[in-house]
Design a protein around this ligand. Structure first.
Ligand code: ADP
Length: 630
């Protein structure tokens, strides 16, 4: 994986960006559609239910009408079985007619019929339960004419005199011998009796005859109106049968609003019936038609309530679907982003690892370079010190060299005189002087050599002596009083150091002190040392202390009576290239290098001003005392 390439988040899908608008658009478009659809379905359903209910009411009424009529249809059939009527008609016995009159009244009372009467063969009333109707001629009536031909008759009519709607059942009375029709017995039923059941019906009803004239209605004002314009033939038939006293009926104002299957929505001439569902049922036997009505306004509330509920459910469902879908999309998006975040994290980790490795490598390289430079610098500084020392060393060597010259001349002269003991003495002193020179040059050789950084227990006394040796001549020349106070202690002590480098540090400290006292009058250079306890060191092994020893430091002080150090300079004294000496005289590296040398040996180097004047440097190093053992 390329660590620099930024991993993008997965792009948001079209659905994610537009789900809210989609939801609103869906509501705006589908809610009205849903409302229309629901309204249509609920209206249709409610109207179908109402239609069913009206139809069952109509069937119920038709059944009850049929059974009611059937009840009266049997009355004349029963009466003709009575032989008295036939014999009375055959004999035309008036006395018997009176008895028959009483008999008919009895029959009317028992059957609750409206009127029962007996007609002769010419249609004239021989006997009737209504006295007033005696002698009336019914020859033109369809029910007489049917019975006259020997069959049962039935006919609805509106009474001309009483104005009562009645249904007439007629039966022919046969001569028992000849089977000729002798007369007709008629039973009349009042139609209002049949309507009684309608009044408490929830469905307003009407019944029309074969011409469309309303002959029964739960709304009295609709009676004897016609549902359609009467044909001339119909009027003719009405006139000829005297069915109704008139042939002109007011037309019932029915406006068709909508046609349904087996029903229709209409408005009827009543303020509260301006939108009703009308269902019809034919009564084929009577050639009548039954109509039932249901007020559609009563359905409105239920339709509106159901439609509102349905819209509510729709909105809730769509909203729920929206919420679920939105959550799902959000979840997917979060999941996608989390995966990308993880990949980014992984990428960042890898990048970091690469960078850390690179930095570590760089640091390592720099460190190596620094170490190398430091070593070079120390070596250069050492060589610089050597240069400084060259003069005094030359002087130091010149002295024994001159002495060797003199001793050699003397030895030559004593040899000529053959004084061999004196020759031997001179040779011996030459040898000693040569050894001293060898020691000086050997020391210089050692000092100039590059060393590794390893430390070992070395003699502090030796280091101090070697350093002092190198500055001794300068001290003498500059009339500096050099005092080493603790020679005996230094001889006992061994320090953990690199001897050559320790010498280098000491020479640097001594040279600086001499520089500081260059223009002074009372020049004293003092070397002190004291041993400090550094605390009890415990060595641990498997959780328990197995051995203890005291840790010691030696503090070697180099004190001068020079210019001292400006307090402002104390903090930067050990900084590289800090110098107060003129250009070309000081580099400002001596103390900085000395500091790092001592630090590398596990010690410290510090500077302070001497209260009596001048400066004092303290060099601390771990030490061991052979007398107390380590
Ligand atoms: P250099 O000797 O090349 O200047 P050093 O690092 O050895 O560099 O010393 C830095 C400075 O510290 C000197 O320039 C001097 O000002 C100050 N210094 C060092 N030793 C002494 C001393 N004994 N007395 C006063 N000043 C000192």
């Amino acid at each position: 994986m390329n660590p620099e390439v930024d991993i993008p988040y997965p792009p948001r899908s079209w659905l994610q960006n537009n789900i809210k608008s989609l939801y609103i658009a869906c509501l705006m478009v589908f809610v009205p559609l849903w409302m229309l659809g629901s309204w249509y379905i609920f209206t249709n359903q409610a109207q179908t239910n109402l239609q069913q209910q009206i139809k069952s009411d109509l069937s119920l009424f038709a059944d009850s009408l049929d059974s009611e009529l059937e009840k009266y249809r049997f009355v004349p059939k029963m009466l003709i079985m009575d032989a008295t009527l036939a014999s009375t008609l055959a004999n035309k016995n008036l006395l018997h007619y009176r008895n028959i009159h009483d008999y008919l009244i009895h029959i009317r009372t028992v059957t609750t019929a409206d009127e029962v009467f007996l007609l002769d063969i010419n249609g004239s009333t021989l006997a009737s339960t209504e006295h007033a109707n005696q002698g009336i001629d019914y020859a033109h009536t369809p029910y007489f004419q049917a019975a006259r031909t020997g069959v049962s008759g039935g006919f609805f009519t509106l009474g001309v005199n009483a104005g009562i709607r009645g249904y007439y059942f007629s039966e022919p009375i046969f001569d028992t011998k000849t089977d000729d029709v002798l007369g007709v017995i008629v039973v009349k039923v009042n139609m209002s009796r049949l309507e009684r059941g309608w009044l408490n019906k929830r469905t307003p009803m009407m019944m029309t005859d074969e011409y469309g004239v309303v002959i029964a209605s739960s709304v009295p004002s609709w009676l004897f109106t016609s549902r359609q314009r009467l044909e001339e033939s119909a009027k003719q038939a009405i006139r000829s049968t005297s069915k109704y006293p008139t042939t002109s009926f007011p037309e019932l104002q029915i406006n068709l609003i909508k046609q349904r299957d087996n029903a229709q929505i209409i408005s009827l001439p009543r303020p509260d019936y301006n939108r009703v569902l009308e269902v019809s049922l034919p009564l084929p036997e009577l050639s009548w038609q039954l109509y039932g009505h249901g007020d559609l306004k009563t359905l409105d509330f239920a339709i509106q309530r159901n439609t509102a509920l349905s819209i509510l459910v729709f909105i809730l469902t769509v909203s729920l679907a929206y919420v679920v879908l939105q959550r799902r999309l959000q979840f997917n998006e979060t999941l996608g982003r989390r995966e990308v975040n993880q990949a980014r994290l992984q990428q960042a980790k890898e990048t970091l690892e690469v960078r850390v490795a690179k930095r570590t490598q760089d640091l390592q390289d720099r460190n190596d370079q620094l170490k190398q430079a430091q070593t070079e610098l120390i070596h250069s500084a050492k060589l610089a010190t050597l240069g400084q020392m060259a003069t005094s060393v030359t002087h130091e060597i010149n002295q024994p060299l001159t002495a060797i010259q003199t001793s050699a001349d003397n030895a030559e002269q004593w040899l000529e005189r053959e004084n061999y003991s004196r020759v031997a003495n001179n040779i011996s002193s030459i040898k000693k002087l040569a050894q001293k020179m060898a020691a000086i040059t050997l020391h210089l050789k050692t000092f100039g050599r590059k060393t590794d950084n390893s430390t070992s227990w070395v003699s502090l006394d030796e280091a101090v002596n070697n350093a002092v040796e190198l500055v001794a001549l300068r001290c003498k020349q500059e009339q500096v009083e050099l005092a080493i106070d603790c020679h005996h202690k230094m001889q006992e002590v061994q320090v953990l150091a690199d001897l050559v480098r320790l010498e280098q540090v000491l020479i640097n400290l001594l040279t600086n002190a001499l520089d500081a006292m260059l223009d002074g009058s009372d020049k004293k250079l003092q070397i002190n040392c004291k041993i400090e306890d550094n605390g009890l060191e415990q060595q641990l092994s498997e959780g328990s202390v197995t051995s203890q020893k005291w840790q010691h430091n030696i503090c070697l002080q180099v004190i001068d009576t020079g210019t001292g150090i400006d307090p402002e300079h104390l903090v930067q004294l050990f900084d590289p290239f800090f110098t107060t000496k003129g250009t070309g005289v000081g580099l400002g590296l001596g103390l900085s290098i000395s500091y790092s040398i001592i630090e590398a040996m596990g010690g410290t180097l510090s500077a302070a001003n001497n209260p009596q004047g001048g400066a004092q440097f303290c060099l601390r190093l771990p030490c061991k005392e052979p007398a107390r053992g380590a």
